[in-house]
Design a protein around this ligand. Sequence first.
Ligand code: CP
Ligand code: NVA
Length: 308
Amino acid sequence: MKHLLKISDLTREEFDGLMSLTAKLKKEQKSGIEHHILKGKTLGMIFTKSSTRTRVSFETGMYQLGGQALFLSSNDIQLGRGETIYDTANVLSSYIDGIMIRTFKQSDVEELAQYGQIPVINGLTDDHHPCQVLADMFTIIEHKGSLDGLKMAYIGDGNNMANSLMEVCALAGVDFSIATPDGFACEQKYVDGAKAVAEKYGCKIDVSNDPVRAIKDADVVYADTWVSMGQEEEKAARLKLFMPYQINKELWSHANKDAIFMHCLPAYRGYEVTEDIIDSPCSVIFDEAENRLHAQKAVMAATMGQML
Ligand code: CP
Ligand code: NVA
């Protein structure tokens, strides 16, 4: 694996390989077995948006693999003052061994990978969040035993999380049902792409405006914020418009009785999900957050350590 830019770049073999590597690295870390797969290597972490989980889990993961991570805020590096991606990619490639980038435009991440000579990992863009959904699929395997025969429902905004979850479910053969308000669906190119992959792996992608239809018989129910980073000005309008898409006890009653609740975090209780769901025993939010560490160690080992 050269880079991790988006889920639709992965083959099924690479996805399966990442799940196995995550399991192995997590088990070994829990047993105190140290790995220095990336000894002496440096990961540069470019952030043009805020982060808790991504920043801390990448930095800690890199340390656990024997390397180091540099936090490069766009406020402090010249990229934030207009230096080109082309120049940044070439310069960073001569100092460090990999780049993790969180930013707005997916095309910036793709350009960084195109012009640089080192692996690039997407730590979230407006369109994708591949690291999060790898950790999520691993979390589902831990809770459900496998991904076979499962249905995931995603209710809310057709955003970066929705795109990446739809793509990873298609690749993993998991049925995916999404309900978004009118005007907030995933872009058609992502739906078409995921449907083609889903057909290959024998699962269904269902797109509607109906949260009850989406959640019906779901084994996994996923929520994300209604106001993503960069959409702060639309906050008041969005909160009103999305209210019928709140995951609450009434909506939850249509899911499978042993369904799990997932959220990439940060969560806003009382909006996309009520407290009695997100803080109940069916919620696996902190397992997902922990698994960011293990899944990203697998991604770094696969790309920077050529282990896949
Ligand atoms: N889920 C996630 O990416 O969290 P952060 O924004 O805190 O990194
Ligand atoms: N959709 C959210 C995800 C945060 C991890 C955002 O982009 O802000």
